[in-house]
Design a protein around this ligand. Structure first.
Ligand SMILES: CC(=O)N[C@H]1[C@@H](O[C@@H]2[C@H](O)[C@H](O)[C@@H](O)[C@H](O)[C@H]2O)O[C@H](CO)[C@@H](O)[C@@H]1O
Ligand SMILES: [Zn+2]
Length: 286
C-alpha cells in the first residue's frame, strides 16, 4: 500500500517554503501527496515591478495569478493532487494580523472552523491520509491565515475521524541551534549584502529536542524545492546561490534543504526518524 500524505497550508508559497523537499521526496518514494491550500493569497505584496498591478489595492488580480504560480510549483515537485479549500476563492487571504482585511466578508480568519473543517473533512475522507502536516497553534509566525489553517486542519481531522482516523499529525518546525547557525553563516558571508533575518523572523523555531522527524531528501529534491519556490515569483526571490531566499520584506533567510517536524498527535515517531511515515503500519490506517 502506498503511504498517503496530506498537507494543509494557508497561502500559495507556504507549501514550497516549508515542505518542498518532503513533498518531492514523498512523490519520488511512491507516496500519494495531497496539498490543500486555504486561500489564494490575494492580499500578498508583489515583488516583481512588472506584476505590481495585480495587487489587491490595484487590480485585485493576484489570487488567480498566484493560483497559476502554485500549479507551476506543484509541477516542479511532482505533486498532482492540490486542492483549494471550499473551491477557488471561497476563503480570501486575511492579510497580516490586525489589518482591516482580517474582517473582510470571506476572509479566512473569520471562517467558521466547523464549516471550513467540514470542507477539509470531506477531503480527508476522500484521500484517507496516513500523515497530516500543518502549522503549530501559533501558525509558525502568527499570520492569521496560518493560525486558522492550523485550527481548520485539526477540526477537519476531528470531524473525519469517525470515517478515517489520521495516524499521525506533524507540525512544521525549525531547530533553534541549526537555525541560528544558518543565520550566522548568512550574516558572515560576503553574499549577505542584504539584511539577514533574525531568529525571531523565522517560523516555528523550537528547541532541538522537540524535533521528531528530520527529512533530508536528495539533491534532486532540494533542486525541485528551489524550482518550486522560484515559481512563486510574486512572493519569493530565490538568491543566486540557491541556498537562501527573501520574501517581499527583503530579509535574507535560509532555503532549507532539510525539513523538520514536531509530533503533534498520533503514532509516536521512532528516534532519529528521517521519514514522516516512519514506524507506521500503513495497513492499519487504510
Ligand atoms: C510566507 C507567507 O505566509 N506569506 C504571506 C504574508 O506575506 C508577507 C506579508 O506581505 C508581509 O507584509 C511582508 O512583509 C512579507 O515579506 C510577506 O511575506 O502575508 C500575505 C498577506 O496575508 C500573504 O499573501 C503571503 O502569502
Ligand atoms: Zn502563508
Amino acid at each position: 500500500m502506498s503511504p498517503r500524505l496530506l498537507l494543509v497550508h494557508a497561502h500559495p508559497d507556504d507549501e514550497s517554503i516549508g515542505n518542498g523537499v518532503t513533498m518531492a521526496a514523498a512523490v519520488a518514494a511512491g507516496a500519494r501527496v495531497t496539498l490543500v491550500t486555504c486561500t489564494l493569497g490575494e492580499e500578498g505584496e508583489v515583488i516583481p515591478p512588472g506584476q505590481a498591478h495585480l495587487a489587491a489595492d490595484r487590480e485585485d488580480a493576484l489570487g488567480p495569478y498566484r493560483e497559476r504560480e502554485l500549479t507551476a510549483a506543484m509541477r516542479a515537485l511532482g505533486v498532482r493532487d492540490h486542492r483549494l479549500l471550499g473551491g477557488a476563492g471561497r476563503w480570501r487571504d486575511s492579510g497580516m494580523m490586525g489589518l482591516a482585511t482580517n474582517r473582510a466578508p470571506n476572509a479566512f480568519w473569520g471562517a467558521d472552523p466547523d464549516l471550513a473543517g467540514r470542507q477539509l473533512a470531506d477531503i480527508i475522507e476522500d484521500v484517507r491520509p496516513h500523515v497530516l502536516i500543518t502549522y503549530d497553534p501559533q501558525g509558525g509566525y502568527g499570520h492569521p491565515d496560518h493560525i486558522q489553517a492550523h485550527r481548520v486542519a485539526l477540526r477537519g481531522a476531528e470531524l473525519a475521524a469517525p470515517r478515517h482516523r489520521i495516524a499521525r499529525v506533524l507540525y512544521n518546525c525549525l531547530p533553534a541551534t541549526e537555525a541560528g547557525r544558518r543565520l550566522s553563516a548568512l550574516t558572515d558571508t560576503a553574499r549577505a549584502a542584504e539584511p539577514v533575518a533574525a531568529l525571531g523572523d523565522l517560523p516555528g523555531v523550537v528547541p532541538d529536542a522537540s524535533v521528531a522527524v528530520t527529512v533530508h531528501g536528495t539533491a534532486a529534491d532540494a533542486a525541485a524545492k528551489q524550482r518550486a519556490m522560484a515559481a512563486h515569483a510574486t512572493q519569493i526571490r530565490v538568491r543566486e546561490d540557491g541556498t537562501s531566499f527573501a520574501l517581499s520584506n527583503d530579509l535574507v533567510q535560509p532555503l532549507w534543504e532539510t525539513e523538520y517536524y514536531t509530533l503533534a498527535a498520533g503514532v509516536p515517531v521512532p528516534d532519529g526518524a528521517t521519514d514522516v511515515f516512519a514506524g507506521l503500519d500503513l495497513e492499519e490506517s487504510r
